[in-house]
Design a protein around this ligand. Structure first.
Ligand SMILES: NC(=O)c1ccc[n+]([C@@H]2O[C@H](COP(=O)([O-])OP(=O)(O)OC[C@H]3O[C@@H](n4cnc5c(N)ncnc54)[C@H](OP(=O)(O)O)[C@@H]3O)[C@@H](O)[C@H]2O)c1
Length: 270
């Protein structure tokens, strides 16, 4: 692994994956929205062999995702891994600068734009893989087909589940649209992890941190199974794991017709 980009790489699981490849001497660009977290990441990466860079961007904006693609293309001649790990809990409906709903954008649309937009670089990589950390294998909820932006009625749980199901379909339509490519698509459901609480409002943040301290795994432990797959990739191009276990690709959540439908609905938004 020589070149990696980690969207959401300044904290939590994305940070651990980025540090893993930096320890092995890779060139790694991490993306996050909060400059102080990026600066902390660079200090943590300083003693490691690899070459770390931080790219500040708000992935809730479509234009920012396109800027990221340009900047990554200027820094990397090829990519071996694109890791998609940026997400925050959307407790209330948040409208983005593009008039879209926040969870839809950060969880799905940004991952769509980066996956498709960085394909040329990935295809030049040695063992290219897109690792999408989300909720693979969960079959609850559904893409909110009639109201993708949850404009009529917002529920944090339903919007998050809808984003997770959209990511399942992203893996499928990405491979449908790149039948002759080499890039593998790896959908991951990680274990419950002591991270992901930075953007929660109080008092929810404290409650979530206490619960995580009692029941969740440290991020470094949570990414072990994911790194094992990335470093020793199976033959199939669609790789699906939930808490380290393989997920059945024939589940309804990976329906090829739904994937095509979502791809067509997404294209006008980017
Ligand atoms: N933690 C869990 O138990 C758990 C369980 C299942 C699935 N997951 C999924 O695993 C992934 C990683 O979770 P985690 O717990 O490691 O998260 P985390 O520690 O909160 O990390 C999130 C990353 O995303 C970045 N980010 C957030 N909003 C952004 C924005 N608007 N633009 C650019 N970057 C942004 C954050 O940087 P800034 O704060 O600087 O923006 C940070 O680098 C997520 O997709 C999450 O849904 C987590």
């Amino acid at each position: 692994m020589k070149n990696a980009v980690v969207a959401g790489g300044t904290t939590g699981m994305g940070r651990e994956i980025a540090l893993h490849y930096l320890r092995r001497g890779a060139r790694v660009t991490v993306i996050g929205s909060t400059p102080s977290r990026g600066e902390q990441f660079l200090r943590d990466a300083e003693p490691l062999d690899g070459e770390a860079s931080y790219l500040q961007a708000d992935l809730l904006s479509v234009a920012e995702n396109h800027r990221v693609i340009k900047e990554v293309t200027a820094r990397h001649e090829a990519l071996d891994a694109l890791v998609l790990a940026a997400m925050v809990p959307f407790v209330k409906r948040r409208e983005t600068v593009d008039g879209l709903e926040g969870a839809f954008v950060l969880y799905y649309l940004s991952r769509f734009i980066l996956s498709y937009g960085l394909t040329d670089l990935l295809e030049r990589g040695e063992t290219p893989i897109i690792t999408n950390i989300g909720a693979t294998g969960i079959t609850k909820g559904a893409v909110n087909w009639d109201d993708l932006q949850f404009a009529k009625k917002f529920s944090m749980v339903q919007a998050t589940l809808s984003g997770g199901r959209a990511n399942d379909l992203l893996a499928v339509h990405y491979l449908q649209n790149h039948p002759d490519g080499r890039t593998k698509y790896f959908g991951v459901q990680p274990p419950y992890t002591k991270s992901g609480t930075n953007h929660l409002p109080q008092p929810l943040r404290t409650v979530a941190k206490v619960s995580a301290a009692l029941f969740a795994k440290p991020p470094a432990e949570s990414v072990r199974d994911t790194l094992a797959v990335m470093d020793d990739q199976p033959d199939e191009r669609l790789i699906l794991r939930a808490v380290g276990e393989p997920v059945d690709p024939t589940l309804k959540t990976f329906d090829p017709d739904d994937a095509k439908r979502l791809y067509e609905l997404t294209l006008p938004m980017i």
